[in-house]
Design a binder for this molecule. Structure first.
Ligand SMILES: [Zn+2]
Length: 284
């Protein structure tokens, strides 16, 4: 179990930068409230603690906070790192499904009104329902599981060369701000007598990205799932993404992107393998 300190130390680097380096007012019309002293103190102490363990907050922290050591369980349902309610979404009846959509739409209505909108004007009349359906789609990954995604696409194959699929488009939602982040995922593995249908790599990325995420965890989840399914000699996942919460708030300007990676097995242990992968990605 993690203590509150550990929890807070998991905050994304860009969140901390936000507080530590940026004044409260921005150039745009939107000026966020100043950070309360108590929160600032908390963020600063997080920053201090990260100084003593520098690996903790780098974008590549998936490597330092080793998933091999932490070894989070992967269940065949694909609900590892689960959300509360994911199970109820999977099991719901059609009736429960429409009730859920109604409740979300009602909540959206409240948000719009609190933001100062007139929800009876033409353009907004059906917006709560539309948004509810859109959000259910953007988070449809909660209703999918590894077993159904993979089906019978694992094959015995005497192939031990690197398999790599590049430029898989991903669209996800930042769980801190509920706004999109999107980009490309690159997935590689070196088989150990088992291979996976190539399209399934993209399906796995899709399943995990259609949930509320932080990019670091998304990267790790894809790698861990693949590792669990195939027991390969190694897995590497790199994700490059643009976060709307960063580029649209003036924290970091348009065009900035975040790269995360997770290397397991021989990608982790052997520099030669890792370099081959990065070369194939065009990064070296
Ligand atoms: Zn965010």
């Amino acid at each position: 179990m993690s203590t509150p300190e550990q929890e807070s130390s998991k905050e994304l680097p860009h969140k901390k930068n936000d507080a530590a380096t940026k004044p409260a007012t921005q150039n745009g019309t939107y000026a966020p409230k100043p950070i309360l002293p108590i929160k600032r103190a908390k963020l600063m102490s997080t920053a201090t603690s990260s100084a003593s363990s520098p690996s903790q907050h780098s974008p590549l922290q998936t490597r330092a906070a080793s998933p091999l050591i932490l070894n989070p369980p992967i269940d065949s349902d694909g609900l590892s790192w689960p959300s509360r309610g994911a199970r109820s979404r999977i099991d719901q009846t059609a009736d429960q499904s429409s009730q859920r959509e109604r409740r979300i739409a009602d909540a959206v209505q409240v948000i719009l009104e609190e933001l100062g909108e007139d929800t009876t004007r033409e353009g907004l009349v059906e917006t709560p329902e539309r948004y509810a359906r859109a959000m259910l789609y953007f988070t449809k990954g909660y209703e999918e599981n590894i077993r159904d995604v993979i089906k019978r696409a694992v094959f015995e194959e005497d192939h031990d060369e690197m398999v790599i699929v590049r430029d898989i488009e991903i669209y996800s939602l930042c769980e801190h701000h509920l706004v999109p982040f999107f980009g490309k995922a690159h997935i590689a593995y070196i088989p150990n007598k088992r291979v996976l249908g190539l399209s399934k790599l993209a399906r796995l990325a899709e399943m995990y990205s259609r949930r509320f995420q932080v990019q670091e965890r998304l990267t790790k989840q894809i790698a861990m799932a693949l590792s669990e399914i195939l027991k390969p000699r190694g897995v590497a996942v790199v994700i490059e993404a643009t976060h709307m919460c960063m580029v649209s708030r003036g924290v970091q300007k348009t065009g900035s992107s975040t790269t995360t990676s997770c290397m397991l097995g021989c990608f982790r242990d052997q520099q030669k393998t890792r370099e081959e992968f990065l070369t194939l990605l065009g990064r070296k």
